[in-house]
Design a protein around this ligand. Structure first.
Ligand SMILES: [Mg+2]
Length: 397
């Protein structure tokens, strides 16, 4: 599966923090940016909206095929073909089904679950229609995936008056023009806007105002911090960090000692600080492809054949995106779902299909544990650069 399409759906979590849920009419007058001061010399803040489509792929399928409305629908691979869930409708989520779950487990939870094969071209087309709506309101749009984006509406291109009203108009237009629902979060930075959009999912609109931000973060359970995955959450809890307030009590130095570089990010977001700009030209960080197998592969020769196909796909994507990269990462998933990744970085960008294959093969031969069946192989190229004329490069191999 295309790596850019995985794990974009997050299980909705309902919050009880109703005081953070603004009505549509509450204009965040004070949600103006810290970077520029207003006429009265009061602090002003950026206005950031995070838009997240509700169960995007599944909702598109339900829209395009009315028979699926109200049904537990999963977009993804069939259980018989060892597929995984790409997206689950809200009806399916009631059974505890969520994205990235093996389809086989999903069907165990709901016998009458309906499986739909993904139509990525259709989702891409809808995604472009959504983005066209965004661009009516701001030029600063940073897509995170097909169904999610940050918008910086500080400049208020259309003179609408407030970020909440802009978010409301965007949601209304997505509903009326595309017959889909989106959730939106409004706040003063990306971190808070992203959390806000999740507060009233699906079909919700939430504001975290500047004067609420710090208290809000203090009460936030650690596993709900954007950037804290399940493994990190477990580690934090073992260290006594259960909430934003706990996190805030740690110094930057100790956080970095415990978590490495990302400790600096945790230190800042515990204080509701996030200065990352909304970047409309965000460059992709990696390009990859992977294949899972109907039957586990046991012979190295079979794996090499499969790897050759993956290398071909990665090469095609690099060409399409006009990128080369310095680092190649091989992913091996064994039959028991144990996954390892091994990377090699070269001094010159990787560009040829044969080169991708040979590097991946080398990593496979060196790192594969003998006699362990393999269910998935993947190759990713990262440290991407724009291709340069051949003459400027020396041969890498
Ligand atoms: Mg979504």
């Amino acid at each position: 599966m295309d790596t850019e399409h995985t794990a974009t759906e997050r299980t909705a979590t309902k919050h009880t923090a109703t005081e953070h849920t603004a009505t549509q009419d509450t204009a965040p007058r004070d949600a103006n940016s810290k970077t520029a001061s207003s006429k009265q010399g009061e602090p002003s803040f950026r206005k950031i909206i995070h838009i997240d489509m509700d169960a995007f792929y599944a909702s598109v399928e339900q829209r395009d095929n009315p028979e699926l409305k109200g049904q537990p629908v999963v977009v993804g691979g069939l259980p018989s073909q060892r597929g995984a869930v790409c997206a689950a409708s809200y009806e399916a989520r009631q059974y505890g089904i969520h994205s990235a779950m093996p389809s086989r487990s999903a069907v165990q939870r709901c016998e009458h679950l309906i499986f739909i094969k993904p139509r990525f071209e259709a989702y891409r087309a809808v995604s472009e229609q959504i983005r066209a709506i965004f661009f009516d309101y701001t030029d600063l749009v940073e897509p995170l995936s097909l169904d999610e984006a940050y918008l910086d509406v500080t400049a208020d291109k259309l003179g609408i008056g407030s970020a909440m009203l802009i978010a409301k108009q965007i949601r209304d237009r997505i509903r009326s023009e595309l017959q889909l629902t989106a959730s939106a979060g409004v706040s003063i930075n990306k971190f808070l806007a992203k959390i806000a959009s999740d507060l009233n999912k699906p079909d919700g609109l939430s504001l975290i105002a500047p004067d609420q931000a710090e208290a809000f973060i203090e009460h936030l359970p650690i596993e709900e911090f954007y950037g804290v995955g399940p493994a990190t959450a477990t580690k934090m809890k073992a260290l006594g960090i259960h909430s934003g307030a706990d996190l805030k009590s740690w110094s930057q130095t100790t956080l970095k000692q415990a978590f490495g570089k990302v400790g600096g990010y945790y230190y800042k977001v515990a204080r509701a600080e996030d200065n990352r700009p909304v970047n409309p030209n965000r460059i992709r960080k990696s390009i990859g492809a992977e294949r899972s197998f109907f039957e586990d592969l046991k012979q190295l020769s079979e794996m090499e054949i499969a790897l050759k196909k993956v290398a071909e796909e990665v090469h095609q994507r690099l060409l399409k995106n006009k990128r080369n990269g310095y680092t190649l990462t091989l992913k091996i998933k064994y039959d028991n779902y144990d996954t390892i990744t091994r990377a090699r970085t070269l001094e010159t960008p990787i560009r040829e299909q044969e080169e991708i294959f040979q590097l991946a093969k080398g990593l496979l031969v060196t790192n594969l544990e003998k006699h362990r069946p393999v269910r998935l192989l993947g190759i990713t190229v990262s440290n991407l650069v724009s291709p340069q004329p051949y003459s400027q490069l020396s041969l890498a191999l």
